[in-house]
Write a protein that binds this ligand. Sequence first.
Ligand SMILES: Cc1cc2nc3c(=O)[nH]c(=O)nc-3n(C[C@H](O)[C@H](O)[C@H](O)COP(=O)(O)OP(=O)(O)OC[C@H]3O[C@@H](n4cnc5c(N)ncnc54)[C@H](O)[C@@H]3O)c2cc1C
Length: 295
Amino acid sequence: MLDQNTTAQLKALLERLEGPIELVATLDSSDKSDKIKELVTEIAALSDQVTARFDGNNKRAPSFGVAKAGEPPRVFFAGLPMGHEFTSLILALLQTSGYAPKVSDEVLASIKDLGIQSDFDVFVSLSCHNCPDVVQALNLIAIYNPGTTATMIDGAFFQDEVEERKIMAVPMVFQDGNHIGQGRMTLEEIIAKLDTNSAAKEAEKLNAKAAFDVLVIGGGPAGNTAAIYAARKGINTGIVAERFGGQVMDTMDIENFTSIKKTQGPKFAAEMEAHVREYGVDIMNLQRVSDIKGA
Ligand SMILES: Cc1cc2nc3c(=O)[nH]c(=O)nc-3n(C[C@H](O)[C@H](O)[C@H](O)COP(=O)(O)OP(=O)(O)OC[C@H]3O[C@@H](n4cnc5c(N)ncnc54)[C@H](O)[C@@H]3O)c2cc1C
C-alpha cells in the first residue's frame, strides 16, 4: 500500500509518538476492506508504539479508528486516507498519542472549553483540496473532547450514504446526523460554530482592547489594502473578519494578479496577513460582526 519513500517518511514521523496508540479496524469481506487491513498492518509494523486490532465494531465497514492505548477510538477513517488526506492520518496518529497540535494556546483552550459530546461525520473525496483542513479540525476537536468522535468518510467507499444524505459537494459536515456546514472552513470557524457562547466571548475580547482610530471590517483583499493604507499613515488600525483572507481562501490558482504570475489562494492569504501585521495592524478573527452583541 505505502511505497518505499512514504514508508520511510512515516516511520521517521512515528518516532514522534508520545505514547502507545491502537488502530482498531472494522472489516467486511470486500476488496476495500483488504486495503484498509493492509494499510493498518503496514502502519503498525513501523513503530513499537502502534498496535493493530481487527475486531472493531464501528457502524461503517470497512473503517478504522485511532485510539490512545486503553481508550476507545475517537478518530475514524471510513475509507483510505491517502492523497490529500494522508496528512490528516499522520496528524491523527501523532495527536492521539499526545503530540501537541500546532495551534495557539488560546485556540487549544477554546477546543477544550467546548465540552461537547457529539459524533461528527465529514464526507470527503481524496482529490478535494479543501477537505483536509476540515477533517483535521474535527479530529482535533474529537481528540480533546472525550465523548466526541470524528469520522472522515470517503464518498467513493460509501456511495449509498452519499446518495441518501444528498452529498453534492465536499467537504460536507454533519453533527449527530444534522448538516452543519460545507466547503472550506478553518478550525477557528468550526469552533465558533460549535461554541454556543462564542459571540459573548468574542464581544468580551473586542471590548478588552483599546479603541482603534480605524477598525476595518472584513479581511479579504479590500479590507487588507484599506488597513495597510491607514496603518502606513501611522493610524492605529485593526481588522475584524469572520474569515481572514475572505474569498481568497476558497481559491486555488490565481493567475491574473499583476506582477505575480501564479499563486495559490491560501498562500496569498498568508502573505497578506504577514504584510498587514508588518504595519502593526491588529487582526481579530471574529464571528459575523452583526451577530456580536455587546461589543
Ligand atoms: C473560488 C473562487 C476563485 C476566485 N478566483 C479569482 C481569481 O483567480 N482572480 C481574481 O481576481 N479573483 C478571483 N476570485 C474573486 C476574489 O477572490 C474576490 O473578488 C475578492 O476576494 C474580493 O475581495 P473583498 O476583500 O472585496 O471581499 P472578500 O474576499 O469576500 O472578503 C470579505 C471579508 O469580509 C468578512 N465579512 C463579511 N461579512 C462580515 C461580517 N458581517 N462580520 C465579519 N466579517 C465579515 C469576510 O469574512 C471576509 O474576511 C475568486 C473567488 C472565488 C470564490
